[in-house]
Design a protein around this ligand. Structure first.
Ligand SMILES: Nc1ncnc2c1ncn2[C@@H]1O[C@H](COP(=O)(O)OP(=O)(O)OP(=O)(O)O)[C@@H](O)[C@H]1O
Length: 249
């Protein structure tokens, strides 16, 4: 399946995001990330995996151009390609129905109301949310809320998508569908890039061109692995080894 989602950026092979020597320290000398180097090129799908608390969300925030609350950030960052960030919490506005919630980012991005409305209605269908345009967020299941939040993130067509565990609340079948949708994005053709934080190694292998493994906190890059197109068993072992070096037999 190839998913056609309009984007406001031309197709290039440019650097979408780069961090070099990134160190993030929270108050109390809590070092969340240490000396992290990461490059994401337009057209790439990069998955970031690592143990809980190793700094994945913090890294995504920095890639989004945000300074995590209270943090000291050192190192260099580059890449100005506009990005849309989906945080772990869905952040839906409880006082707005589903469709107006979906349109929030598009309105902020200055997209014409009718254009955004038409795009949103098409995506409600693709995301299995057709018929729920007028539902209130509290009337949606956890998985539906997550899909709505992802739809809202994708709607403005920003070239870089930064997705923090977007499928955590989804049942296996819906997760497969959403994976297929993401896998069908013609990233290179639309000048896009995706950085996906996930706990699921198989999801990372299915979707990504590269998988970056962070160590236990302070998070450092312990593996940056290109995913082979065919036969991912070896890559899977390498990832599991990097995630749990002590578990090696
Ligand atoms: N605003 C903050 N103030 C203080 N400490 C923070 C803050 N945000 C994150 N941390 C700490 O930084 C470390 C990394 O947190 P982060 O949320 O980036 O990890 P994560 O890998 O995304 O975790 P998880 O997989 O459980 O979501 C943790 O020890 C966390 O407690």
């Amino acid at each position: 399946m190839t998913t056609s989602l309009s984007t406001d950026a031309p197709s290039t092979s440019a650097l979408a995001r780069e961090v070099i020597g990134l160190t993030v320290t929270f108050p109390g000398d809590l070092v969340a990330l240490q000396d992290v180097d990461l490059q994401v090129r337009v057209g790439e799908f990069v998955a970031v995996v690592g143990p809980s608390g190793c700094g994945k969300s913090t890294l995504l925030r920095v890639l989004a151009g945000l300074t995590p609350t209270g943090a000291t950030v050192t190192g260099t960052t580059a890449g100005t390609t506009p990005a849309a960030w989906m945080p772990q919490r869905d952040g839906l506005l409880p006082w707005r129905r589903a469709l107006p919630n979906a349109l929030v980012g598009a309105r902020i991005a200055g997209i014409d109301r009718d254009v955004a409305d038409a795009r949103a209605r098409a995506l409600f269908d693709e995301f299995g949310l057709a018929g729920f345009e007028r539902a209130w967020p509290h009337e949606l299941s956890g998985g539906m809320r997550q899909r709505l939040a992802l739809l809202r993130t994708c709607l403005p067509g920003r070239p870089v998508l930064l997705l923090d565990e977007p499928f955590g609340a989804l049942d296996a079948i819906t997760r497969r569908r959403m994976n297929a949708w993401l896998a069908g994005l013609d990233l290179a053709g639309h000048g896009r890039a995706v950085v996906l934080v996930t706990h699921d190694v198989d999801e990372a292998l299915l979707l990504a061109d590269r998988v970056v493994v962070l160590s236990d906190r302070p998070g450092r890059v312990v593996l940056d692995l290109p995913v082979p197109r065919e036969g991912t068993d070896g890559a899977r072992h390498a990832l599991l080894d990097a995630l749990d070096p002590q578990g090696r037999s």
